[in-house]
Design a protein around this ligand. Structure first.
Ligand code: MN
Ligand code: MN
Length: 469
């Protein structure tokens, strides 16, 4: 019989030893993890919508010497540029030495998160309360959005083009808003319903006021609210027709757990990948290969529209780089894409022990084990999946292992339980080598999502290594 100690050594050598990474970190590294997450939490608290993410990201880019591509007539290796698409999506690049030979190294995330949008005709009065009607955006469990503090963010654009920015409910002196739910005493019928039908989409109505206008007219509470809004913003009810107002949880991003090991916050899908990739790009100087960072919009509703990844605006941005490097020609763009590599940076379902029955433990990602790679997503028999080529997976593993990055490779849940996708397939369809590569999250798409600070910092390091490689 072989000695037990030798067998343990052999196991260490031959097994894919998946383990929690906290105890592999020195106290110095732990300090960096906690420091980084403080800045991440700040970023989240200042940017809850895609427009706010783009404005915060622009500020970070400007502070780090990036400039709008339109300010350049010619580009040189080392130049740092960005393009902002309709205030909702953004592409950044640091120009490398030979774009035609090396293609691009892309990391792409998305800034939009599930939320409630206002309907075009949102305002009404019922029984001396004023309400906003909403239409949910993305995949939400509707019952999670009642009886929590909500803030109002967005823009109202008047017919003369004047744009009014709205942000109410984040400042401690601001009022917040909420959607009411039925008291348990009278909820017998509601409680018998299936969870998905417990709250109706048409009942997600935001309570916004209750004081009547002091005159003998109809709809006095609605009138009072419109009067307040008119005094504050100079708008009338019709101006909601050309507005984009989003309701998001008003609670702040916070450090979580007695050990402060986690972050609880709204919108970590996918703002966590926005922040980690963006801050990594700020540390890329004179790369061999052109480094490109995508902050996309509309991922949660299928990436459609002119700010979503399906639009051709990203191609136009890269074509403009080729123009300004004086290397553009017919089909050069297609060739550059075929040589390019990408990490599709999006969150991953972390294994939740309370709901572990939906995960297959050998192929789940765990909080605290580092960045998560997903070779493929999709549903059922990999339907709709972008499946990364083994050769490319090996390349990414090699980069991570050389740079001491803790990583795990997982699937989104058990076979046939559900499924999902990211922007990966859109870029893969152009010929780019793509793999999903993000951070495991608990309570994904809920008003409050949970990540591990270790994974957040590991993602930053992973993205840095990918671009520096
Ligand atoms: Mn996502
Ligand atoms: Mn999502």
């Amino acid at each position: 019989m072989i000695d037990k100690k030798d067998a343990e050594l052999l196991k260490e050598k031959l097994f894919n030893n998946k383990r929690n990474a906290w105890n592999l970190k020195s106290s110095d590294e732990k300090e960096k993890i906690f420091e980084y997450s403080k800045n991440y939490i700040n970023f989240l608290n200042n940017s809850k919508t895609e427009r706010e993410i783009i404005s915060s990201s622009k500020k970070i880019a400007d502070d780090n010497g990036f400039k709008d591509i339109n300010e350049f007539s010619n580009l040189q290796p080392g130049d740092k540029i960005y393009y902002i698409n309709k205030d909702k999506s953004m592409y950044l690049a640091v120009i490398g030495k030979d774009i035609l030979k090396d293609g691009l190294n892309i990391i792409g995330s998305h800034a939009d998160s599930p939320r409630l949008d206002l309907k075009p005709n949102p305002l009404y009065e019922d029984s001396e309360f004023a309400y906003f009607k909403t239409h949910y955006y993305g995949g939400i469990k509707k019952y999670q959005w009642t009886t929590i503090p909500l803030s109002i963010h967005g823009v109202i654009v008047k017919t003369n083009g004047e744009k009014i920015n709205v942000n109410i409910g984040e400042n401690d002196n601001d009022p917040i808003f909420t959607i009411t739910d039925l008291l348990p005493h009278l909820a017998q019928d509601q409680m018998e319903k299936k969870l998905k039908n417990g709250i109706d989409g048409e009942d997600l109505n935001l309570l916004i006021g209750s004081i009547p206008y002091d005159a003998d007219v109809s709809e006095k509470v609605k009138l009072n609210i419109l009067n307040i809004l008119n005094n504050k913003y100079g708008i009338t009810e019709s101006d909601f027709l050309s507005s984009e107002i989003e309701l998001v949880p008003a609670f702040k991003a916070r450090s979580m757990g007695f050990d402060n090991s986690m972050v609880a916050a709204y919108g970590q899908d996918d703002k966590v990948c926005v922040y980690t990739s963006l801050t990594a790009l700020m540390n890329i100087n004179n790369p061999e290969t052109t480094a490109v960072c995508i902050i996309s919009d509309k991922e949660e509703i299928g990436s459609m529209g002119n700010t979503g990844m399906e639009s051709a605006v990203f191609d136009t941005f890269i074509a403009e780089i080729l123009n300004k490097l004086n290397v553009n020609n017919s089909n050069v763009l297609d060739k550059v894409f075929c040589k390019s590599k990408m990490l599709s940076a999006d969150v991953d379902a972390g294994l939740d022990p309370i709901y572990s029955s939906v995960s297959e433990k050998n192929n789940a990602s765990y909080l605290g084990r580092g960045i998560g790679l997903c070779k493929y997503t999709g549903a059922r028999g990999k339907s709709g999946a972008s499946d990364a080529n083994a050769e490319f997976v090996a390349e990414v593993r090699n980069i991570f292992e050389r740079n001491n990055i803790r990583y795990q490779i997982s699937e989104l849940g058990k076979v046939d339980i559900g499924g999902g996708g990211t922007i990966a397939y859109i870029l893969a369809n152009k010929g780019i080598e793509v793999i999903d590569c993000g951070i495991p999250v608990l309570s994904m798409h809920a008003p409050y999502e949970v990540t591990s600070k270790l994974d957040v910092y590991e993602a930053y390091n992973a993205y840095l290594a990918f671009w520096k490689n």
